[in-house]
Design a protein around this ligand. Structure first.
Ligand code: MG
Length: 373
């Protein structure tokens, strides 16, 4: 690998792990973070968690797992081109969605409502809670004992009231400091990944029509390029040719704009990254087109009646599970029952958030369907 830029996160400027460990023999500290994440239980659960479509709706739709892998791919490409730490970007990307509940954002909103008065529920905080506490893998510590920089990247946002309880990691929200450039890359790689794969999944599901998308500038422009290069191409190949061009445009623009901002800022150290304005960014024009696509997806896909119908049901499942466990904590499995003695709502939220879509549906049936055991 080319040498890292002086303002990249590296083993030299890393703030290390909460519990010190010997340096790994054949890999970097950030590769070790990535490896611990890949071997975690929460990571495997991502395979059965909704991104937009519930897991059983079709085998080819994105799940949180394939989404996370796409984020890591896009993030790594960007990081390498800017001579930033791509191992760190991969570790953050693969763990950024670990804290999501079953059933995507509907599940998170429902759980947050259930937790009103008990500290609420935020999926970013939950991702951190999983890697810091809930994973049971190592004899010497709870969680995965990841480096400060991976944990900083996982905690993408955080309410100010929670930030005050978060010690070192929460400080940057209170002081309005930026995270590493690697963490900034992950945020935008996440956005590039979901905007594009949701176009693909939306078309595949039939919930979106190509004609509707032709009204969105970013799609229309690349669709026209494909038409002139391959006039007879149709179906899936035409869609994929369009989407790969959109991703390429977004990534290329991000590289150009971020490269320019980095040079203009004159930063030479990681400390300067924290006090500089956001340096990883789209140009104003592509930023606008990206927002247009995002707004289109919100209106036409995420609020499509078939998606809303699913999310309506999902909210009910989560709320009813929460009520049942609150009324009767003895319904919780042993690990969570023990935790419930200290803080019942949090233990219940941890249990529910860890469920996959189908596990939550099964658990709901087991608790509520007469005749189910
Ligand atoms: Mg994501």
């Amino acid at each position: 690998m080319d040498e890292l830029a002086p303002f990249a996160v590296s083993e030299r400027n890393s703030r290390g792990r909460q519990i010190p460990e010997p340096h790994p023999k054949s890999r970097s500290e950030f590769q070790r973070d990535r490896d611990r994440i890949v071997h975690s239980t929460a990571f495997r659960r991502l395979e059965y968690k909704t991104q937009v479509f519930v897991n059983h709706e079709g085998d080819l739709f994105r799940t949180r797992l394939t989404h996370s892998i796409e984020v890591a791919q896009i993030g790594r490409s960007i990081a390498r081109a800017l001579r930033l730490n791509d191992d760190l970007v991969e570790a953050i990307s693969l763990s950024h969605d670990l804290g999501h509940t079953p059933f995507g954002h509907a599940g998170q909103e429902a759980l947050n409502e259930c937790m009103e008065g008990s500290g609420g529920f935020e999926h970013n905080l939950q991702s951190l809670h999983i890697v810091d506490r809930l994973e049971e893998h190592y004899g010497a510590f709870d969680g995965l004992n990841l480096t400060y920089e991976t944990r900083e990247g996982i905690l993408k946002h955080c309410s100010l009231s929670r930030a005050r309880e978060m010690g070192e990691l929460g400080k940057r929200f209170l002081e309005n400091r930026r995270p590493s450039l690697e963490a900034q890359i992950c945020n935008l790689a996440d956005e590039i990944a979901y905007n594009n794969h949701d176009v693909d999944d939306g078309l595949r599901s039939g919930l979106l029509q190509r004609e509707q998308l032709e009204e969105v500038e970013l799609f229309a422009r690349h669709s026209a390029m494909v038409r002139s290069e391959f006039p007879v191409l149709s179906g899936r190949r035409r869609v994929h040719e369009t989407i790969r061009r959109m991703i390429d445009t977004l990534v290329t623009d991000l590289l150009t704009e971020s490269g320019r901002r980095i040079i203009e800022s004159g930063i030479t150290t990681l400390d300067e990254v924290h006090v500089a304005p956001a340096l990883i960014a789209f140009s104003p024009e592509i930023g606008r087109q990206n927002r247009e696509l995002k707004a289109f997806l919100r209106e036409n896909l995420y609020r499509h009646y078939q998606v809303v119908r699913m999310t309506y049901k999902a909210r009910r499942i989560i709320a009813e599970l929460f009520q049942a466990f609150s009324a009767e904590p003895c319904l919780l499995p042993d690990q969570y029952r023990a935790m419930a003695r200290e803080n019942a709502p949090r233990a219940i939220a941890d249990y529910i958030a860890g469920m996959t879509d189908r596990y939550a549906m099964r658990e709901h049936r087991r608790l509520f369907a007469v005749g189910e055991i």
